[in-house]
Design a protein around this ligand. Structure first.
Ligand SMILES: Cc1cc2nc3c(=O)[nH]c(=O)nc-3n(C[C@H](O)[C@H](O)[C@H](O)COP(=O)(O)OP(=O)(O)OC[C@H]3O[C@@H](n4cnc5c(N)ncnc54)[C@H](O)[C@@H]3O)c2cc1C
Length: 290
């Protein structure tokens, strides 16, 4: 029986596997992923921003963890030769009514220990020549990275430290047994004392399979982005965000540069007909029925 079985080989599962193997040398741990590669879902399909934590309430755990995670991620990339860039980010107010919220963000950023600064329209244009705004906040610590690459490296290091890794192994059932759980996989079984659910978009289903009631269900939304033509990439040098509208749980449509140089504008939020559907035509009847 393994000590730990981790379900889900996205960045969270991979990080948990690596941390367990480093913190408890010799631990008997298995990382189980249903796809044939690591980080194929949210981890490999996000916009690659290293967030600063500016949006989170001052002193909150989220703010502290976000800042600490950004710093440790950058240190990890340095150590392992993974490309990243501290591009910095500009949050721009384009309407008078957004100015109080912009000032609130500056205050939050400063009390979260970030070296943010408020700039007027002219200075904003010096930083980002094609921006037109009334005022902006500059957040130097925000950056970009390819999270799929980070995830791959986590798995590689975890495996080197003794973690057993299994690709192409969907967890199809979970049964409590004496002293732990027995997981039914697509091919064979795995027994463990502790089960760690890192199944991302399927995590509520995995929790229910394991006999827990998560109290929340995943309702899939797809965020769609446009990509700027290569000869227009020079228009965007930093990450450029609007002042978030407090009526929506999103950061608003923004411009982001990826580590490959591509510039994206988005996202919108479209109710999706499949949890792991990335095209308009992707429909999963089970997901739809829920
Ligand atoms: C559009 C978008 C943009 C984002 N942009 C950013 C950003 O710029 N910066 C940022 O920090 N965050 C961003 N995020 C959030 C970030 O991508 C996620 O928080 C993170 O990737 C979650 O990782 P995860 O490992 O929990 O999930 P996932 O990467 O989805 O991994 C879960 C894994 O579990 C596996 N799995 C599921 N069920 C089973 C099963 N039964 N058996 C075996 N394996 C299973 C899946 O195949 C999958 O590989 C963004 C998210 C979205 C959707």
């Amino acid at each position: 029986m393994h000590d730990y079985a981790i379900v889900g080989g996205g960045i969270v599962g991979a990080a948990v596997a690596l941390t367990l193997s480093e913190r408890y040398p010799g631990v008997d741990c298995v990382l189980i992923e249903k796809e044939t590669g690591w980080g194929r879902h949210q981890t490999g399909r996000n916009i690659g921003v290293i967030h600063s934590g500016i949006y989170y309430p001052a002193g909150s755990l989220k703010a502290k963890l976000c800042r600490a995670a950004g710093d440790s991620l950058v240190a990890f990339c340095e150590q392992h030769g993974i490309a990243y860039e501290r591009t910095g980010k500009l949050i721009v107010a384009t309407r008078e009514r957004e100015l109080p919220a912009l000032d609130g963000l500056v205050e939050r950023g400063l009390s979260n220990g970030l070296a943010v600064r408020r700039v007027g329209a002219d200075e904003a244009r010096e930083v980002e020549p094609h921006v037109r705004c009334l005022a902006a906040v500059v957040v130097p610590s925000a950056g970009i990275v390819d999270f799929a690459q980070v995830c791959e490296k986590y798995v590689q290091l975890a495996e080197k430290s003794g973690v057993e890794v299994r690709l192409g192994s969907r967890v199809e059932s979970i049964r409590p047994v004496m002293g732990g759980y027995r997981l039914g996989l697509a091919h064979g079984d795995v027994a463990c004392r502790y089960l760690i659910n890192c199944a991302g978009l399927q995590s509520d289903r995995v929790a229910i399979m394991g006999g827990a009631e998560p109290g929340a269900r995943i309702v899939p939304f797809r965020g769609e982005y446009f990509e700027l033509e290569p000869d227009r990439r020079h228009l965007v040098n930093h990450l450029i965000y609007p002042v978030p509208d407090p009526n929506f749980p999103f950061l608003g449509v923004h411009f982001t540069r990826s580590i490959t140089g591509a510039v994206h504008a988005g996202p919108n939020a479209v109710l999706a007909f499949a949890r792991e559907g990335y095209q308009k035509s992707d429909i999963d009847l089970k997901d739809l029925a829920e």
